[in-house]
Design a protein around this ligand. Structure first.
Ligand code: ZN
Length: 280
């Protein structure tokens, strides 16, 4: 009986062991499956995040990211609401400015190139103290945003003045030294045909007349091509810098107001035609 019992016990243990092994195997299989599932989920999440990141960065094209003469600007600000100057500088970029402004456009790119050159002239050590700058800009959405954002000048503090007489350029003054520079685009750098197309679209928009989506496409392509060329041209070939002796900063009460001009076609349809082709 004892022998039988041992056999039975052995069989029973063996069966229990087999079941345990089988359960253990199932658990291992389930655990492996769970790990694979988690890894697959992580992979899918990462792919989805990567796709999201790509879409989120769509506003900044590769031609801008790879531009030859585009450099960050090193700036100093203050640490807090009580305004002690930073210990060290930080970089700002055209991409940062495009994100803040809402898009990358020909005006923003021109302003970046012009203001970078003027600020480097006023701060020869390459570190721009944004507590020490005032600016005159024309009243355009891109120009005024760049004039404020890159330099620290502000309309509400009387350090950013809007004056359309400066044209597609700026007057930039270092407050502590009084040194002032006028920066302008060289004649012929901005394509005349592109300026004419932009003007034609603006006039028709103001009159409530028809503007073909393909015309807006053509302008945007031309503006991007201009911007790409500008960022791949040595700045001194594209702009001029002029020292203004004994410059007196204007009265801030003269700031003109104007409606926003870079939203006039916000409800216009997109062209279904090839954007590089003629209007259809
Ligand atoms: Zn703009």
């Amino acid at each position: 009986m004892i022998g039988q019992a041992e056999v039975l016990n052995r069989d029973c243990r063996s069966t229990l062991n087999d079941r345990a092994i089988s359960r253990h195997g199932s658990r291992r299989f389930a655990a492996r499956l769970a790990v694979l599932f988690v890894l697959a989920s992580l992979g899918a999440t990462q792919a989805s995040l990567a796709q999201q990141r790509v879409q989120e960065e769509d506003f900044y094209p590769a031609w801008a990211a790879q531009a030859r003469y585009l450099q960050p600007l090193m700036v100093l600000d203050t640490d807090s609401a009580l305004g002690r100057r930073n210990f060290g500088p930080k970089p700002i970029t055209l991409k940062d400015m495009a994100r803040m402004h809402g898009h990358l456009c020909d005006g923003l790119v021109t302003a970046w190139v012009e203001l970078s050159a003027a600020l480097r002239e006023l701060f020869p050590d390459g570190i721009v103290d944004r507590t020490d700058v005032r600016v005159v800009s024309k009243n355009g959405p891109c120009w005024a945003d760049a004039g404020a954002w890159m330099t620290g000048a502000r309309i509400n503090q009387g350090t950013l003045i809007l004056d359309n007489l400066v044209g597609d350029g700026f007057i930039v003054q270092r407050i502590s030294t009084g040194k002032a520079m006028r920066v302008s685009l060289r004649a012929g750098v901005y394509p005349a045909q592109l300026a004419a197309l932009e003007q034609s679209i603006r006039v028709r928009c103001a009159r409530g007349e028809f503007v073909a989506p393909a015309e807006i496409d053509r302008f945007e392509l031309g503006a991007n091509e201009y911007s790409r060329k500008l960022l791949n041209t040595p700045p001194d070939r594209a702009i001029t810098l002029e020292r203004l002796a004994d410059y007196h900063f204007p009265d801030h009460s003269q700031n003109p107001l104007a409606p926003r001009s870079d939203t006039i076609n916000r409800d216009a349809p997109r062209s279904s035609a090839d954007a590089s082709g003629e209007s259809k």
